[in-house]
Each structure stands twice: as structure tokens, then as C-alpha cells.
Design a protein around this ligand. Sequence first.
Ligand SMILES: N[C@@H](Cc1c[nH]c[nH+]1)C(=O)O
Length: 395
Amino acid sequence: MSRADHWLLPDGMDEVLPPRARQIENLRRKLLDLFHSWGYELVLPPKVEFLESLLTGAGHDLELQTFKVTDQLSGRMMGVSADVTPQVARMDAHSMQFDGVARFCYSAEIVRTQPDNLLGSRSPIQIGAELFGDGGADSDLEILSLMTDSLLLAGAENLCLDLGHVGIYRALIVEAGLPDETEAALFDILQHKRLAELQPLLAPWQEQQPVQMLLRLSGLNGGPEVLASAREQLQGAPAAVTDALQELQELVEALQQQYPQVNLYLDLSELRGYHYHTGLVFAAYVPGLGQALAKGGRYDDIGRVFGRARPATGFSTDLKMLASLQGNLQARTPVAAPAAILRDTKGRALVTQLREAGERVVFIPRNSCSSAVDGGKSIQQLADGSWQLMAADKI
Ligand SMILES: N[C@@H](Cc1c[nH]c[nH+]1)C(=O)O
């Protein structure tokens, strides 16, 4: 074993050092306070669960992303959480059993077998909010607004929201009645945007109207004007498609009014995420980041397997990535105090008073070579035994 083997961390499993760790923690507190002020209740999901409860209803992608271990106690397979959203859905459906609208938020370290994309981490801190019990556009707008406020609070600039609607694709797929393998291949192609493969795959069915519409979907992306061309190009589609386009139109208008500084982009072939999304899907981007800053969408009925099908919508983001958008934290330079001050009642009182006023006071051990923190103030003991706070230039 070489020396490096002792300190090498697995790819994408990163440790966070000062001052970044503090910055992340500050942001976590701010965001959880924001969620609280919107009425979202904090939940703490377990890090590890039995695979069945972790993955039920969540789809194949999430299963691939999940680290698996055997439980020594029960002999059953457990998975380490790779996405908190289905865990919160289980809490809503099974543990809380609350009727009416329920709002939950969380911040939890998760791990993934593979990063989401080339630049992604395998150990993000997922922070987010989920709303259960309402299937309407009002709740989608609430979640989109909360996400946007969160990102703006974190300092995101030149934000772009990318909106899609899985309901359009799903309705056309039902109508088209393609064989299962073709349907799976189509989902994969659209999800990974390998659009050149689309035409050859669907060629045998291209006379059918729903298949023609599926082919047109990949071209329906761009600014909000895309919705008008979609209405034209998808004329005669099932009602679910028209409803989805109408919801998108309403959301676009509401967002334009609320956030004139945010760019909106529509992509009607967007099939984000882990297969559990059923309606509106969205992601937020900032220039230069190369990956989505936050993601979310509607995922109705995921709780059915836990005994209660409920409408659901939510978003999540990676706290580490979000904090990396901020400049370096300017930490307050600590005040240096001789460690002997801890043995003196008046001295201790002074330290407490300073800390309560927001100062950071560090003790300098007797034999330490440094007597002050660079550029900071210090506490010194005068000849009469009293303690005094000295400005940096007096040291
Ligand atoms: N958990 C989803 C995003 C989401 C939250 N709520 C609904 N969708 C993801 O990581 O892609």
C-alpha cells in the first residue's frame, strides 16, 4: 500500500474544509428558515433503509444510483439513500397520514453510486421541499416560487428556469401503443437527448398521428413562444396534452410577472429524473455551471405502494453546489485571549460578553508561540489584574 492509499478519497466523495463547511452550514440554516417561513415542516429521513421501501415506485435509475448493503440484524438488503424525495413521500403516505395539504422540507447527506453527470458529486447534501395533497397548478407554482426564492437567496445570478411536462409525453405514448422495448428505448433517447436516434427508432410507426407528435416533441423547445407552436403542432392530441400546455402557459405568465429577471426556457421532450415524475418537471440553471442547480417536478401517486396515493410536487438542490456559487466567506477575525483567563471569574465574564456580542474568542495556550491572531484584537491582563480588550495595533 502506498502512502497515498491512506488519504485517497473515492472519486466524488468529497470532504469539506473550512471556510467552505461554515459557508454551507450558514446557507443550510438560511434555507431551512425560509422553508419554515413558508410553512414547511422539517423531517430527518434515515440514511439507510430496507431496499423495498427506498426504491418502491421510484424506478430503475434510482436503483442503479443506490449503494446496497446487507443488514447484519435482519439479513435483509438495505440501501443508502440516494434521493430523499421518495423517503419523504413514504413519510407522508405512511408515517404522517395527514389529510389535506402537507408540506415538508429536509437537508440530508446522500450518496450515489454514480454522479448525476460528468461534473456531479457522488456525495451531495440534498436540501429541498415537497408538497403533498394538492394536484393543482397553484401548488406547482408555489414550489417553483420557493425554489426560485431559495436560489436567489443563495446568490444565484442570471437564473434560467427550464420547464417541461411529462404528462404530454405520457399521454402520447399511451395513445401510440408502442411495444414495451420501443417505449423504453424512446424514453432513454429523449432523456439523454440522443435525438439523431429518434427517427430510425420510430420509422415503422411514423404514419400514426401520436407517433408523429412524439417526433415533433423533440423540436419543441425554446422561449415561451414555443407554447403557441406546440398548440398548433399537437392539435388533435389527447385532452391531457392540451391541459398540460394550458398549465405551462399559466405558470409561464405567473413566473414572468413574479421574476422578470429570470429567463424561462421550455422543453416539451424533457423527461427529467428518476421516472417518478408524472406532470410538470423543471430545472434551474446558471451560466457556466454545466449542470442543473436545482431540479423538481410533480410525482403524483408515488405513495400508492405505501397505502395512500397522494398528489405531490417538490424540488431539491445540492447545498454544496449552491454554496460554491458564493464568494469566499469573510469570517470575523477572532479575538485572542490568554488561556489563563479561563481561571479568572471576571475574565470569563468578559469572554462570555464578547461571544454573546458576536465576537469569536480563541484561547492562546501558555506555551504557544503565537500570542495573537493575525490582525485581530486581543485581551490582555493589566498590572492590577483586570482584563482589557486591545485593538489590533496595540499588540
Ligand atoms: N429528487 C428529485 C427532484 C425532486 C424533488 N421533488 C420532486 N422532484 C431529483 O433529485 O431529481
